[in-house]
Design a protein. Structure first.
Length: 222
């Protein structure tokens, strides 16, 4: 049996005022594009954050690439291979220009400034954003920021993409272009979205969070 890329085993997560996740089991295999759906407050974003160690479970285990991950050093290695696009693009963009934002990740991975710039420009071109390179990031529209945030993650060439509401702020044409791009990518993905109708052609499997749990037999094939 192939080892999952990412896995949660009997994971529980509690905020001080409320329990969010209860005995959640989840696996992501190579090549899968999993749509994670559920009501507001169901814990979808929390589940993504658990997978990359931005929060830690109250109980249970987190595995990535065949190893249990517990401490910050464990998750630093995971984040080099798993790219998370945040729900709010402003949480991801902090450099003066788009090119600097997109080149930041490759620089952190040890690439030279010239290599990082080349990768950033290639990634922007892939997303149809070549002309955005010298734009001032904070002056972009919400939809433009969302696409640039995706570019910052793709520039790191991750094995896995975690996308939190990727189509928010995008018009219909841009949404369809984004879905076509994601469909053509080889990376495994977990996609959180309320835009189910748009995402249905993209997802290979759908998982629903209900009352802090994933029902054991819930499975919808697209």
């Amino acid at each position: 049996m192939t080892t999952p890329l990412l896995e949660l085993r009997q994971v529980q997560f509690d905020y001080p005022a409320r329990a969010v996740l209860r005995e959640v089991n989840f696996q992501l295999a190579a090549g899968e594009r999993v749509a994670l759906i559920g009501a507001n407050g169901a814990g979808k974003t929390t589940l993504l954050h658990l997978l990359v160690g931005l929060v830690r479970p109250s109980a249970g285990q987190v595995f990535a690439f065949g190893r249990e991950r517990r401490c910050e050093a464990d998750f630093q290695a995971v984040r080099a291979q798993v790219g998370l696009v945040f729900q709010d693009a402003d949480d991801q963009l902090f450099c003066p220009t788009v090119l600097e934002d997109v080149a930041f990740g490759p620089l952190n991975l040890g690439q030279s400034p010239a290599q990082a710039r080349a990768v950033a420009l290639e990634t922007l071109a892939l997303l149809g954003l070549a002309e955005f390179a010298e734009r001032v990031t904070y002056r972009l529209s919400a939809g433009e920021k969302r696409l640039v945030a995706l570019a910052t993650v793709l520039a790191m060439r991750p094995q896995v993409l975690l996308l939190d509401e990727p189509t928010t702020g995008l018009d219909a044409a841009t949404t369809q272009r984004l879905i076509a791009l994601l469909t053509a990518m080889e990376q495994a993905m977990v996609i959180v979205s309320h835009d189910w109708l748009s995402l249905a052609p993209l997802a290979t499997r759908t998982v629903r969070l209900e009352a802090g749990k994933i029902p054991p037999f819930f499975k919808v094939e697209s």
